[in-house]
Design a protein around this ligand. Structure first.
Ligand SMILES: Cc1cc2nc3c(=O)[nH]c(=O)nc-3n(C[C@H](O)[C@H](O)[C@H](O)COP(=O)(O)O)c2cc1C
Length: 174
């Protein structure tokens, strides 16, 4: 199966991270995007109703995917709560679905640094899950509004090369 599962840390319709995810999926060979519009984690909700249907779907999608791509913006020098909330729910699903799962992370931001601190934080967030997070290259798309053409393609050679290498590593497991 060559379709990776994409998690976008931005819910915004015209998100640059969603564009980045689409580019990554094109280079990987296929992408299905997960829906991260989940309720906020609430232990009382979980105790009363169990896992929300959206969380069960997400856990199943992760378990079935050969690889997971995560693209997330930087909010105040850190990854956004949308992603943390999804990960917290996933940690409550049976089966440790991210354990050993190949994961590639990337970030597109308005700032020049392209979310470097966000990727560092995201690596730490993923430690408890045992995910096989690729160590690099870092895909950091800074000043994102000028980095995609009308067809959603990355215009900067350096970004495109880094993403191409990252996706090759994800596909080959090297
Ligand atoms: C609450 C908030 C905090 C932000 N903090 C940062 C930041 O720390 N660094 C940065 O480069 N951009 C920051 N931005 C700008 C985002 O990088 C920019 O809005 C980006 O386009 C969001 O990603 P998206 O296009 O995928 O939604 C922030 C935006 C918001 C809404």
């Amino acid at each position: 199966m060559s379709t990776a599962l994409g998690l976008c840390g931005s819910l915004r319709r015209d998100s640059f991270n969603r564009k980045l995810l689409a580019e990554a999926g094109r280079l990987y060979g296929g992408l299905e995007e997960a829906d991260l519009r989940l309720p906020l984690y609430d232990g009382d909700l979980e105790a009363a109703e169990g896992l929300p249907a959206g969380v069960e779907t997400l856990a199943r999608q992760i378990a079935d995917a050969p690889a997971v791509l995560i693209a997330c913006p930087e909010y105040n020098k850190a990854p956004p709560g949308v992603l943390k909330n999804a990960l917290d729910w996933i940690s409550r699903a049976p089966g440790r679905v991210l354990d050993g799962k190949p994961v590639a992370i990337m970030s597109a931001t308005a700032g020049r640094a392209g979310g470097e601190r966000t990727l560092a934080a995201l690596r730490l967030w993923l430690v408890p899950f045992g995910a096989a997070v690729l160590t690099g290259p870092d895909v950091l798309v800074g000043q994102a509004s000028g980095q995609f053409d009308g067809a959603g393609r990355l215009t900067n050679e350096i970004n495109l090369k880094a993403l191409t290498t990252l996706m090759e590593k994800l596909k080959t497991g090297s």
